[in-house]
Ligand binder design. Structure first.
Ligand SMILES: [Zn+2]
Length: 72
């Protein structure tokens, strides 16, 4: 009988932890929505500022475009 009680308690704890994890990940705000969007100076693509390469107050979507501007 005690074993059954412990088993039920363990299952209840596991379910509680899983539910808590699901709600905490659900609550996390999407990073892209709040991110400041910037425009690549070479190709004009818009991307989050955190992902862009910043040089001389200009943004680039990738290293290739950053280097392209440097060579000009
Ligand atoms: Zn670009």
């Amino acid at each position: 009988m005690l074993k059954l009680l412990l088993l039920v308690l363990a299952a209840w704890l596991i379910i509680g932890i899983l539910k808590h994890r699901r709600t905490s990940t659900h609550r996390a705000p999407p990073a892209e929505k709040s991110a400041n969007m910037v425009r690549c100076d070479i190709c004009g693509v818009h991307l989050p500022e955190s992902e862009a390469i910043l040089s001389n107050r200009l943004h680039y979507c990738c290293e290739a475009h950053f280097l392209q501007r440097k060579q000009e």
